[in-house]
Design a protein around this ligand. Sequence first.
Ligand code: G6P
Length: 445
Amino acid sequence: MSNGLKIVTIGGGSSYTPELVEGFIKRYDKLPVKELWLVDIPEGKEKLNIVGGLAKRMVDKAGIPMQIHLSLDRREAMKDADFVTTQFRVGLLDARALDERIPLKYGVIGQETNGPGGLFKGLRTIPVILDICKDMEELCPDAWLINFTNPAGMVTEAVLRYSNIKKVVGLCNVPVGMKMSVAEMLGVEGERVHIDFAGLNHMVFGLDVYMDGKKVTEQVIDLLTGGEQSGMTMKNIKDLGWEKEFIQALGILPCPYHRYYYQTSKMLEQELEAARTVGTRAEVVKKIEAELFELYQDPELDIKPPQLEQRGGAYYSDAACNLIDSIYNDKRDIQPVNVKNNGAIASIPAESAVEINCVITKEGPVPIAMGDLPVAVRGLVQQIKSFERVAAEAAVTGDYKTALLAMTINPLVPSDSVAKQILDEMLEAHKKYLPQFFKDASKDA
Ligand code: G6P
């Protein structure tokens, strides 16, 4: 670190990269990133060059000595990195569209991180992240791995269980999005709001809410359930409001992704309607991406364009850059991240990944013990954790029966036989990205 901070971003050609660059520029005084390496695969070369060009213009405009390097060679880039951030998508948006469309044929939610889609995104992603971990051990053993790649909870679980990398943190923008929505409901700045977060990624709850240190949980629950819409969602999830009495009885804040579990039939209806009309989320995002890359190509553009806000990842750069800043500067502030539970949530295994408020230190995030989750949600959270663990095992072993087990125990899948049908169709559709399931076939070929 003596020559300045080196950050390597895998999946650097993503349309989200300008967010990250903007975040590093804003914090340059305290977080002097000397080298930012944007890495991508050969198929992503064109996008990488476009995003890289914009990143360089942004840095030039800011007048800071941050070097932007573009590379198609992950190992070359990773040498002596201080932080490796991961934001890649195996199979790109076409694979996501299949994750969304195939389950819908069977009357099951088709979503990037939930249900069968979440399982398959994990099966494609986990072997790649574990390869990255091996490279890190060799090339930058002291670096932190900061993962945004979805399903972020399952990916963190897999890194904790199946790699030698200990310095890993999974990140998501959902908690910060919830905090900003609450601040908006209360009509105050985000800094005045604090939420006690605990749960799993995309399955996190706000156990208590404070404004200026005073508990306002009940007031926020009233605001959340006061109208047809809750006022709390992400760009990729329709806000269908909540049943007032249900949330009052729950007594804690659900996250936007809980809609898939507590409003399954309405969400399914909405997804089917979208698939018939505007397209699934991946299909919509493809159009947004095309527009964004069109803008990014403009040699006059030297800022992050506001159109990026159409994506679901709002505040993602704040979450990422704040985390890196706090580790680097030993800030000891509180941030919600995905880490090893270590007993912070009593009913989740100590060695599993949870999404929870942590004190962020130079040695990494230290989870703040929350006792346990309320009994009404405990079972669902444990069930999703079991799903993530079995799914991670399937991703590592390539074992068909383990994958079927993961699919069947997912609460969004109605039966063993529907699970098997979806599994078979999705395995075939994603064959190219799932070599671990087709080892024998490749031997025959
Ligand atoms: C939310 C989630 C992210 C996810 C994103 C998808 O913000 O927290 O995990 O990647 O939505 O957004 P998109 O624009 O790709 O649908």
